[in-house]
Design a protein around this ligand. Structure first.
Ligand code: CO
Length: 135
């Protein structure tokens, strides 16, 4: 059902410093930058092999990532797995007793469709499933 790890999401409080770290010290090319209003973030994607790192900078304190930063500080925020059929994946996960934050997919970065699973039911890891937009 889960095809591969698509990206790891990292919450940052200084986007420019984080971009510098990932592009210069870690050598990952920056491939996309977008404000995702629906998620209250400015997001940056960097390539690493077939996967990505997604840097997340909150648009305000009263957003999910803003609250995360206030509570935990910068760091690993979520892990995202690619799926080919997000509706089928959500139905299967719900059947398996996994608690869904998003019962319906919403629009994510690069016109992907995404849904989050509650860390309460995934061993403390905020988990995202993502169906990439096929061009
Ligand atoms: Co993500």
């Amino acid at each position: 059902m889960l095809d591969r790890i698509d990206h790891t999401g990292v919450a940052v409080d200084d986007l420019d410093a984080a971009i510098k770290l990932y592009t210069e010290a870690l050598g990952m090319p920056l491939v996309h930058r977008e404000v995702v209003e629906e998620q209250g973030v400015e997001a940056v994607l960097l390539d690493v092999g077939d996967g990505h790192v997604e840097l997340l900078s909150p648009l305000g304190e009263d957003t999910p990532v803003g609250k995360f930063l206030a509570k935990k500080g910068p760091g690993l925020h979520h892990v995202a797995y690619a799926v080919t059929d997000i509706e089928a994946a959500l139905a299967s996960l719900a059947d398996a007793g996994v608690e869904l934050i998003d019962a319906e997919p919403r629009i994510g970065i690069r016109r992907s469709r995404v849904a989050f699973l509650h860390p309460r039911s995934t061993g403390g890891v905020l988990t995202e499933i993502v169906q990439p937009h096929d061009h």
